[in-house]
Ligand binder design. Structure first.
Ligand SMILES: Cc1ncc(COP(=O)(O)O)c(C=O)c1O
Length: 391
């Protein structure tokens, strides 16, 4: 079946203004998401914020069902949180680490996650170790197996790192985690919305994600999955009157579901927009989206590679919509600014966002061009032609 690009572009108002290859930064919202989000803000202004939330209760609650459908989990295992970082933090900082406990992670782990590992290591005496990559540049399953011992308390892996097309083998890692009874936390911030994600297939206990990237939801939306059974054992690092109830002068009771990881005040317009964005993605179909993104990214890599001085840097057996490259004698930031003058959006990924990976590869920064299903083949060609003319 051919992909209905015309529909995708017609339903994306931003396509009329920009050539947007910054979908791993924040994708262009579909019209439907924009309308639902603005409508709720207007309702808040017209009748009051609390009253609007009461009125829109079904749409707000629907977002939990939408996440559950996206992940293949139950709505009680879902928390909606303001971004992926806090979602991940709420899971990670709930885990009670002791001196000598080990945390295994990936070489291309995201800076915020690694900073949290280092902080917990300093405070508790836990030890963090990055599993070496295999020859393809993804987490080595052999090295993971070799790194296991009784002290491994957590495996925490970023599915798609911030700095490239790599897709880590999260399901194979999940099998190792499950076989050995080790807690498994996946950062799916950059994979959600571009490929199918099923928490049972991955075999994770916790998974964090964001709305604004490949899901095309409003900014300031994120969410967390915590497996029933695991969530009962975890006490969030922060609690409030939404996450728990004050039942006696010296006692509180936590909510039984994953909303114990949330807090009371929230951006309801964003939450509704997130639900609509997920419905919209599921309507296209995650398999369809994933095929389309891989096709476009392949085209982009293929057309970039022969350009003089350009080196495409993506690694991994499976590569996603994030295309990274360097150009000889050209600063990525300078290129980004030049492209922006032509209404072409890309971003720059820097050393400190994925320090271990960048240092190992001898890189300081790269241009990151991330394609989505609503981008066109013509845009890929225009992008490469323009780049060729400025390098
Ligand atoms: C791999 C990864 N994890 C987490 C995050 C943080 O997501 P958020 O900005 O929604 O907190 C990012 C953002 O770029 C990311 O690339």
């Amino acid at each position: 079946m051919t992909f209905d690009l015309e529909r995708a572009r017609n339903e994306t108002p931003g396509c009329r203004n920009v050539l947007h290859f910054n979908n791993a930064g924040a994708a262009l919202m579909p019209e439907r998401v924009l309308d639902a989000t603005i409508a709720h803000l207007e309702l808040e202004a017209q009748i009051g914020g609390y009253e609007a939330a009461e009125y829109a209760q079904d749409a707000i609650e629907h977002t939990y069902d939408a996440v559950a459908a996206l992940f293949g989990c139950s709505r009680d295992e879902v928390a909606i949180i303001e971004n992926a970082t806090r979602a991940w933090d709420m899971a990670f900082y709930s885990i009670p680490f002791k001196p000598g406990d080990r945390i295994l992670t990936a070489m291309a782990e995201y800076a915020s996650n690694y900073i949290a590992f280092l902080q917990i290591a300093r405070k508790t005496g836990a030890i963090v170790a990055a599993i070496p990559n295999d020859v393809h540049g993804q987490v080595s399953i052999d090295a993971l197996r070799k790194a296991l011992d009784k002290r491994v308390k957590l495996i925490a892996i970023t599915h798609v790192p911030t700095n490239g097309g790599l897709v880590n083998p999260v399901a194979e890692i999940g099998k190792v985690a499950r076989d050995n009874g080790i807690l498994y936390l996946v950062d799916a911030c950059q994979s959600i919305g571009q490929m199918p994600i099923n928490v049972d297939q991955i075999g994770c206990d916790m998974l964090s994600a964001t709305g604004r990237k490949y899901l095309r939801a409003p900014r300031g939306t994120g969410f967390l999955y915590v497996r029933q059974g695991v969530l009962e054992q975890l006490e969030p690092p922060l609690l409030d009157l939404h996450a728990a109830t004050w039942v006696a002068p010296d006692r509180y009771e936590m909510r039984p579901d994953a909303r114990r990881f949330e807090n009371w005040e929230a951006n309801y317009a964003g939450k509704i927009g997130l639900g609509v964005a997920i419905d919209y993605a599921l309507e296209w179909g995650m398999d369809t989206i994933w095929r389309r993104i891989q096709t476009l990214a392949y085209q982009l890599r293929t057309q970039l590679s022969p350009l003089p001085g350009v080196i495409v840097r993506d690694r991994g057996v499976t590569q996603c919509g994030i295309v990274t490259f360097t150009v000889e004698n050209k600063e990525p930031e300078e290129l980004r600014k030049t492209l922006a003058q032509q209404n072409i959006n890309v971003s720059v990924t820097t050393r400190s966002s994925t320090l271990l990976d960048m240092d190992t590869r001898g890189l300081t920064n790269m241009v990151r061009a991330s394609v989505h299903y609503f981008n066109s083949e013509e845009e890929v060609e225009r992008f490469c032609a323009l780049l060729a003319s400025i390098i």
